[in-house]
Design a protein around this ligand. Sequence first.
Ligand code: ZN
Length: 232
Amino acid sequence: MQNPDVKLDDDARPTGRIQRANSLAGDVYEAIFQQLMSLKIAPGSRITVDNLVRELDVSHTPIREALGRLEGEGLVIKTHLIGYRAAPQITRRRFDELYELRLLLEPAAAAKAAAGLDAARLAALQEAAGVMTRRDGRDERLRYSNFARQDAIFHDKIMEFAQNEIIRETLNHQHTHFHIFRLMYHSRVTEEALDEHEAILSAFAAGDANAARTAMRVHIENSRDRLLPAFE
Ligand SMILES: [Zn+2]
């Protein structure tokens, strides 16, 4: 018979190492993500691994891991023999195309989600939206980058509940929220969006598909109008 103590010990040691490695990699990723979202690392600028090693006081490995993850999220571009740079700012044309796509897909999906919403799903959406209103932490940069991520999660949850995985994947693939929030580092971008999210949640709570469609359309149109001055 297997000795349970030995088994536990064998399992515990490597897991402990992995967890420590994950949390360091996660911290390094968060630090670089915040710098990209708050434009401290300017769009299109070079990212030097050695500089980040000095600044964050960690080894090369977690930095390369973080940059690889950010590359997958469309925020960092790696060029062979040259190295890393921040993804350039989204162009006006791409921005217009992105909002056209969102306006075609998201209001309809919100209506569909509202029609099929139960108490558990409504609670999940309220939780996702609620995280954004918490103003804990004095670090503005942290708050802004968290908001961008939570907004992506909130919108993705609605797409999940609309139950069309092709639409969900199509929108996810654009990394929309990371790109648009990087256009402008301003509290207005986040504060006005909160009211619009409330309107979407009210429509969901009322089970009103048409109101959900309208509220989502208004939110996306307002979001576009808030960010347009970035191109002037
Ligand atoms: Zn939003």
